[in-house]
Write a protein that binds this ligand. Structure first.
Ligand code: NDP
Length: 419
C-alpha cells in the first residue's frame, strides 16, 4: 500500500505511470502532476478502467518550491518520482526536504539557463577542478547529502537505464562476477529507425545538449576530455548488428569512479548514424542549439526551444519506430586470481514496447527502471537516508524486478572487447 506523486507527464513518465498501474499491489494510489494538467487527465482517464491503482491528477509548476510543497502537503505521498526535466531536480528535492518525503529522479541536475552568471562561475570552477565540461554533474545534488541524511530521507538519483540500470549492472558485476574490476565500458545502442530525417528519442533540448558537448572518460584516477565525437568505434551488437558508436561524457561515470574506486578506466559509448551527426553539426554551426535568447521580429526566442517546437515530439515516434535497442556494460577484471571478462545487457524491441505501453523503446527503457526503482524504495529494499546513486544499493532485487517487468538481462562470459 503506497501513495506516490509523479511529477511530469512526458514520454518517460507515461511509461513509468502505465507500468506502476500494472503493479497495483505496490502502487495503490498515484497522483500524476505536471505543468500541463490536460495531459495528466487524459492519461488517468485512459488508465482508470484498466487498473485498481487509484489515480488523481494535479497541475504544478515544478520550478516553484512553494507550489510543490502545497501539492505534497495536500496529497501526502510516501515517495515523489520526479520525471519532469533535469532542470527541476533541485526544486523538487527542496520541496521533498521541506515536506519530509523520499525522492527519486531519472537524470541529474542541469540548469536551464546556462547564461546565468552565478551558475557560469560555479561551472567554470568545477570544469577546472574536475577536468570535464559537461553541463550536468552530480555536485548540485550531492550537496544535499547531509540534509537528506539528517532528515532521515532517501534520495535516489538517476534511476533510468543509463544512468540507472547501467550502475545496477556494475554493482551486480562487483557482487557476483569479480573480486576486482579493471575496466567498464557502457555501451548504449539504439538500432531503431523512425523514418524521419532527424528527430530525437527523448527531450530534444536535453538530448542535443548532451550529444554536442565534449566527450570524457575516467582513466587512472582522473578525467580525460576529448572534442565531441572524436573517438569512434564499431561494435557488433546482439540482435542489432554492426553500429558506429562514439565516446560521450555521461553522468554515471562520475559516481562509479567514486563507488568502485579500484576501477582503472570507465568509458561510455552511444551509437549514432551519420545522418544524425550531420544534422546536429549543421544545427550547431548555425546556432540552433544555443540557449541564449535572440530577438526575432520583436519576439525573444531561445533557438534550441524553437528547434524543439519544429522537431517531431518524441512521444509521437512510438508507432513509427522499428528495430531494437541494446544497452549494457562490458567488464574486465579478476575473480579468484584469474583474469576474466563479462558483458551484461538488455535488448528491447521498439514495436513490442509500443504494443504494450504506446511508446518507443527509449522511453520504455527509462520508464520501466523508474517504476522498478520506486518499487525498491516503497518496499523498503532501497531505503538509506542520504543522496544515493543506483550502484550503492543491492542490485539483485532490482534486476529481478526488471527481468519480470519487461527489461530482462542477457549475460555473456566471453564478449568481444571494445579497443
Ligand atoms: P518530456 O519532455 O517528454 O517530458 C517532460 C515532462 O515534464 C512534460 O510532461 C513537461 O510538461 C513536464 N515539465 C517540464 N517542466 C515542468 C515544470 N516546470 N513543472 C511541471 N512539469 C514540467 O521528457 P522525457 O519524458 O523524455 O524525459 C523525462 C526525464 O527522463 C528527463 O529528465 C530526461 O533527461 C530523463 N531521461 C533519462 C534517461 C535515462 O536513461 N536515465 C533516458 C531518457 C530520458 P509539459 O507537458 O507541459 O511540457
Amino acid at each position: 500500500m503506497s501513495r506516490v506523486l509523479v511529477i511530469g507527464c512526458g514520454g518517460v513518465a507515461n511509461v513509468a505511470i502505465r507500468k506502476c498501474c500494472m503493479v497495483p499491489e505496490v502502487f495503490s494510489e498515484l497522483c500524476i502532476a505536471s505543468r500541463t494538467k490536460s495531459k495528466c487527465d487524459e492519461l488517468a482517464a485512459e488508465l482508470a478502467p484498466t487498473t485498481t491503482t487509484k489515480l488523481t491528477t494535479a497541475q504544478v509548476d515544478a520550478d516553484s518550491v512553494e507550489e510543490l510543497c502545497a501539492l505534497i502537503n495536500s496529497y501526502k505521498p510516501d515517495l515523489v518520482m520526479n520525471i519532469a526535466l533535469p532542470y527541476q531536480d533541485l526544486t523538487v528535492m527542496e520541496a521533498c526536504l521541506a515536506c519530509g518525503v523520499n525522492y527519486m529522479d531519472t537524470a541529474n541536475y542541469e540548469p536551464e539557463d546556462t547564461d546565468d552568471p552565478e551558475w557560469k562561475a560555479a561551472y567554470e570552477k568545477r570544469c577546472k577542478e574536475k577536468g570535464f565540461s559537461a553541463l550536468f554533474d552530480y555536485s548540485y545534488q550531492w550537496a544535499y547529502r547531509e540534509r537528506f541524511e539528517q532528515a532521515g530521507l532517501t534520495a535516489l538519483l538517476g534511476c533510468g537505464f543509463d544512468p540507472g540500470v547501467s550502475q545496477a549492472y556494475c554493482a551486480y558485476a562487483k557482487k557476483h562476477e569479480f573480486d576486482e574490476i579493471d575496466t567498464i565500458d557502457i555501451l548504449d545502442c539504439n538500432g531503431g529507425d523512425h523514418g524521419y530525417p532527424f528527430a530525437t528519442n527523448f527531450n530534444p533540448e536535453v538530448n542535443l545538449r548532451e550529444v554536442s558537448a565534449p566527450g570524457s572518460y575516467w582513466e587512472d584516477g582522473h578525467w580525460v576530455e576529448i572534442p565531441a565525437m572524436s573517438i569512434k568505434r564499431e561494435y557488433d551488437f546482439d540482435q542489432v548488428g554492426h553500429k558506429d558508436m562514439y565516446l560521450l561524457h555521461h553522468e554515471e561515470i562520475e559516481s562509479l569512479a567514486e563507488n568502485i574506486p579500484e576501477v582503472k578506466r570507465i568509458r561510455f559509448f552511444m551509437t549514432f548514424g551519420q545522418s544524425y551527426l550531420t544534422h546536429m553539426k549543421c544545427l550547431e554551426n548555425v546556432g540552433m542549439l544555443s540557449t541564449t535568447p535572440v530577438t526575432f521580429e520583436g519576439h525573444e526566442i531561445v533557438p534550441i526551444k524553437f528547434l524543439k517546437a519544429l522537431l517531431p515530439d518524441p512521444a509521437s515516434l512510438g508507432p513509427r519506430t522499428h528495430g531494437k535497442t541494446n544497452i549494457g556494460c562490458i567488464f574486465t577484471g579478476r575473480k579468484d586470481g584469474k583474469e576474466k571478462t563479462y558483458y551484461i545487457y538488455n535488448t528491447c524491441d521498439h514495436q513490442a514496447c509500443y504494443r504494450e505501453v504506446k511508446s518507443q523503446a527509449v522511453s520504455y527503457t527509462t520508464g520501466v527502471p523508474a517504476m522498478c526503482g520506486a518499487m525498491m524504495m516503497l518496499t523498503g529494499k532501497w531505503i538509506k537516508p542520504g543522496v544515493h546513486t543506483v550502484e550503492e544499493f543491492d542490485p539483485d532485487p532490482f534486476l529481478d524486478a526488471l527481468d519480470q517487468h519487461g527489461l530482462p538481462r542477457t549475460e555473456n562470459h566471453d564478449p568481444v572487447l571494445v579497443p
